[in-house]
Design a protein around this ligand. Structure first.
Ligand code: ATP
Length: 302
């Protein structure tokens, strides 16, 4: 019997993000190229005799009830399978919150994986994805991980060849951006054809395994909206480029900015500048990480 599981919930960046339509139910149709990065939250699950779900986290401002996606994910499976035992979830967050890195979705995906395993529910990853999408459009991708094209509302996934390894600098400015507000502002913006990223070109570059081509085709239609309100996003992007990033861009609805580096020294210098140096006023959280390309399955576990 499994009584304790250690899980790693990895964050993502968007190499490409285009919005292609608005559905009647209010969801946006998207075409996104997703990439998992090494930056992750740590989750521990403990099986307990006392029924119910108890969640603890290191961030005082996060909900610890059904508002938390990790809680929701556990409850979804425990209700469906009438699990009478209890579950304690210890969540240590490192992925910036409300930042465009799908941190909450990653936690939910790992908890779905963990609860399935701990209680021997026998669900396949596909079956976990079908349940996960009810809680959030990015959860199926967070179960799959790696490099992928996400279409529909983000749940229609096509695996792509792994992006060539590189260093990824992540910087989140000290502002909070609501995904809802960004999409609403996008709906009110007149977009020109050239504002849409070349997602097909980006997919071709990934298939060709060419990092310079990938870097040249990064594009996020939401960057226009968020960065026009928060110039610090462009300032971070430009700073990363000055330090030698082959590409830099906002992830998701922001405000996190990531830079792709092929030169580890440049990446380290940029990290130090934003973390400790004159650039530190631009970013509240700064991480230097790399790509995570090992896919789904057992690797949700430590
Ligand atoms: P996306 O990239 O999918 O837009 P995000 O990075 O913008 O995701 P999250 O970090 O997932 O956003 O969190 C958004 C909101 O969800 C937060 O304001 C937070 O209060 C709530 N939330 C619920 N559960 C979690 C969780 N486990 N981790 C982080 N935030 C959570």
């Amino acid at each position: 019997m499994i009584t304790h599981l250690r899980l790693k919930a990895y964050g993502k960046i968007n190499l490409g993000l285009d919005v292609t339509g608005l559905r009647e139910d209010g969801y946006h149709e998207v075409r996104m190229v997703m990439q998992t990065v090494g930056l992750h939250d740590r989750i521990e699950l403990y099986r307990c005799q006392k029924p119910g779900i108890r969640l603890e986290t290191n961030l005082y401002y996060l909900p610890v009830n059904e508002q938390n996606l990790a809680y929701k994910a556990a409850k979804l499976l425990m209700d469906e399978f009438s699990i009478q035992e209890g579950l304690a979830i210890h969540l240590r967050k490192f992925i910036p919150v409300a930042a465009g890195m799908a941190g909450g979705s990653a936690d939910a995906a790992s908890v779905l994986f963990g609860v399935n395993r701990m209680f021997g529910l026998g669900l396949t990853v596909k079956e976990l994805m079908e349940r996960g999408v009810k809680l959030g459009a990015d959860i199926p991708y967070c179960l799959m991980r790696g490099t992928a094209l996400a279409e529909g509302i983000g749940e229609k996934l096509t695996a792509l060849p792994p992006m060539p390894q590189c260093q990824v600098l992540i910087a989140k400015p000290g502002i909070s951006v609501s995904t809802k507000t960004v999409y609403k502002a996008l709906d009110e913006t007149e977009l020109r054809p050239q504002d849409h990223p070349d997602i097909d070109g980006l997919v071709d570059a990934i298939s060709a395994g060419s990092l310079p081509q990938i870097a040249g085709r990064l594009g996020n239609v939401l960057e226009l909206v968020t960065a026009s309100r928060y110039p610090v996003i462009y300032q971070l992007r430009d700073a990363m480029r000055e330090y030698g990033a082959v590409g830099a861009m906002m992830s998701g609805s922001g405000p996190t900015v990531f830079g792709i580096f092929t030169n580890p020294r440049g990446a380290q210098a940029a990290y130090e500048y934003l973390r400790y140096g004159a650039g530190s006023s631009m970013a509240r959280q700064v991480y230097l990480t790399n790509l995570y390309n090992r896919g789904s399955g057992a690797r949700h576990q430590d």
